[in-house]
Design a protein around this ligand. Structure first.
Ligand code: ATR
Length: 269
């Protein structure tokens, strides 16, 4: 009988996780299937118990369930610090993980950019920023966070310990000391064509990573090109967060190239 996997969230109709994971299962000839279910926060505990009872292999969680899930799972230490769960494994109880930060880390490392001992500036202090900030701090980066609401950046920096929080005006003071700039805000998403940093504020040794992948070349990344800096698109973060979940569930090496191709085709890139 096929092993069942799923992503839970709301809205969930446009999730790329089903096609991405199904392409991976198919490529490795695994007898598994992956679906999407709309689940509200107040039903999450029942949904998790139900999935466990029915022998599901694993789950991904997305908006608005990631934070709520912490109360219902045995969270690994990194996910507990981040305060959000995006991956659940049922092999031994109900274990919760967060692979978003690892997805970002692998995306940047793939480009030949090292993280250890580098100065990183994260724009934003929401869920994605938390995942990246804790993961990069653990990987030995010097983490700086700049947010529209400075208090959120300072709060996150304080939770990390060896990190600093600022308002967005820190960008005007120059990015000369920064090696890696990461946008985790929604600025640049869709047709907005906005950017929090312009070419004049960048330098040519800067790696600029935008977690927004729709459009693929956001205004921020276009500015990076103009500055002769290194633009890194968000598409592989989606692939790698899924690939790490796949590894947790199956113990197998995920076919990331196939997963990437499937996602790119679906987005018509
Ligand atoms: P997610 O969990 O996806 O990271 P979130 O928690 O809603 O989303 O966080 C969104 C981030 O984008 C926040 O850091 C938000 O800044 P505030 O904390 O000040 O709200 C940031 N953001 C959203 N719209 C923005 C804008 N127009 N300019 C600057 N920052 C913006």
């Amino acid at each position: 009988m096929k092993k069942v996997f799923a992503v839970l969230g709301n809205p969930i109709e446009h999730s790329l996780s089903p096609i991405m994971h199904n392409s991976a299962f198919e490529a490795l000839d695994m007898d598994c299937t992956y679906h999407a279910f709309r689940v509200e926060k107040n039903n999450l505990e029942d949904a998790l118990q139900g999935a466990k009872a029915m022998g599901f292999g694993g789950l991904n969680l997305t908006v608005p369930l990631k934070e709520t899930a912490l109360s219902f799972v045995d969270a690994d230490p990194l996910a507990a610090k981040i305060g959000a769960i995006n991956t659940i494994d049922f092999k031994d109880g109900i274990k919760g993980y967060n692979t978003d930060g690892i997805g970002a880390k692998r995306t940047i490392e793939d480009e030949g950019v090292e993280i250890k001992d580098k100065n990183v500036l994260i724009l934003g202090a929401g869920g994605a920023a938390r995942a990246i900030a804790f993961t990069f701090a653990e990987a030995g980066a010097m983490v700086n966070i700049a947010n529209r609401t400075p208090e959120r950046a300072m709060q996150l920096a304080a939770e990390i310990g060896d990190a600093r929080g600022y308002g967005l005006d820190i960008v005007d003071k120059g990015l000369d000391e920064i090696d890696i700039l990461i946008n985790t805000t929604t600025v640049g998403l869709g047709n907005s064509n906005g950017t929090l940093v312009s070419a004049e504020q960048m330098h040519s040794d800067l790696a600029v990573f935008d977690i927004v992948y729709n459009p693929l070349m956001t205004k921020l990344l276009q500015e990076a090109e103009t500055a002769d800096a290194r633009p890194i698109t968000g598409i592989m973060m989606l692939v790698y967060q899924g690939a790490e979940a796949f590894r947790i569930w199956t113990g197998r090496e995920p076919p990331t190239e196939i997963m990437k191709r499937t996602v790119m085709e679906a987005l018509d890139i």
